[in-house]
Design a protein around this ligand. Structure first.
Ligand code: KG4
Ligand code: ZN
Length: 341
């Protein structure tokens, strides 16, 4: 089955055409128009600007992906959660295509997309990853700019929230601390690069809620600790910016890994999934890999960690098989949509 997927929930206008069968997904064509250079000027994503850019970019991106291909068997579009300004653009275009082509439409959840990013082959590869690679129950740590959640996946389409951030998301903490350091948006990759040559023990940042008897997270206190440290100390003294970044990154990684390992044991998860923008973080990938020994850890290819349409396409397959379609007149963008009960 050929699925055309559209993702525009934040600052990437992404479109992908996939061939998906029971054995897995292969990407036929894909294109993403990133808005990072524009939002950098403002130090973060400005919703109104994002909406306008999506509207400008989306049709040329769809055209580029579809230029050598016939119409698909289904259209999948992210309809939530995310920025309403971006979601509306993707949903309107998907609706129009569904109507014009007479092709069924699926409203997709962005977080469900991230979970499925681990089933995408490396770009350019035609070797599908079998759906059975995910053994149930699976535990997914989704860490991005907007979310930090531990989700128990009991089957395709069946999710339960096990833990969530009570304030900032992990990516948001990276971005806000990067701003304090005058590093450009998005801050996660910059902090992580500087951290490579820093000393993780230079500053002993707090590990919020790490030992608490639950699976929730909190990163606001860590962000404040970083702010106070910068107020009271100099980075050109004994501690370099690299040391600061390494110590900060280590604190986030320690908390994410400790809670994930505990949840994996508690729920007897047979597979662990790490996804969302922060899953591009090398330290997090490596530490989780070293810490989980008895079950497989699934990681997305690096180019599918950040928002992309291909993950929406692979996640849509099981909905398409169950004919969970929505009439083009009825689909609605829902910025607060949650996949779990
Ligand atoms: O999933 P995503 O593309 O967008 C959302 O749905 O939020 O995630 C973007 C987030 C940003 O906060 C960015 O700083 C973070 O992912 N990020 C990283 C790294 N690469 C991206 N955080 C830490 N280390 C990285 N290497
Ligand atoms: Zn995302």
């Amino acid at each position: 089955m050929k699925i055309l997927a559209i993702e525009s929930s934040c600052d990437d206008t992404s479109v992908a055409l996939l061939e998906v069968t029971d054995t897995g997904a292969v990407v036929i064509a894909e294109k993403t128009a990133s808005q990072i250079e524009i939002h950098k000027k403002y130090g973060g994503v400005v919703p109104e600007v994002a909406g306008r850019m999506h509207a400008e970019n989306i049709l040329p991106v769809v055209e580029e992906v579809m230029k050598d291909n016939d119409k698909p068997d289904a259209i999948a579009v992210t309809s939530g959660p995310g920025l309403i300004t971006g979601l509306l653009v993707g949903v309107e275009v998907a609706k129009s295509l569904s109507y014009i082509w007479g092709v069924p439409l699926i409203g997709m959840n962005h977080i469900e997309g991230h979970v499925h990013s681990v089933l995408l082959p490396e770009p350019g590869s035609t070797e599908a990853i079998p759906f059975s690679t995910i053994q149930f129950p699976a535990l997914a740590l989704i860490a991005s700019g907007g979310h930090t959640s531990l989700i128990l996946m009991k089957d395709f389409g069946e999710y339960e929230l096990v833990g969530n951030t009570r304030d900032d998301a992990a990516g948001e903490a990276f971005d806000k601390v990067a701003k304090m350091l005058d590093l450009p948006y998005p801050g996660g990759p910059k902090i992580s690069k500087l951290a490579e040559t820093g000393n993780i023990k230079a500053i002993s940042f707090p590990r919020p809620m790490m030992k608490d008897d639950n699976f929730d997270f909190s990163f606001a206190g860590l962000k404040t600790a970083a702010l106070y440290w910068l107020r009271d100390n100099d980075l050109d003294g004994d501690v370099s910016i690299n040391d600061f970044c390494a110590s900060f990154e280590q604190a986030i990684v320690d908390v994410l890994v400790a809670k994930t390992i505990r949840a994996q044991k508690e729920f007897n998860a047979k597979t662990v999934i790490l996804a969302g923008g922060v899953s591009a973080n090398t330290k997090l990938r490596q530490t989780l890999e070293e810490s989980i020994d008895d079950v497989p850890l699934l990681l997305p290819p690096r180019s599918y960690c950040m928002d992309n349409a291909a993950m929406i396409g692979v996640a849509a397959y099981h909905h398409a098989k169950k004919e969970q379609f929505v009439n083009w007149k009825e689909i609605e963008a829902n910025p607060n949509w949650k996949i779990y009960q």
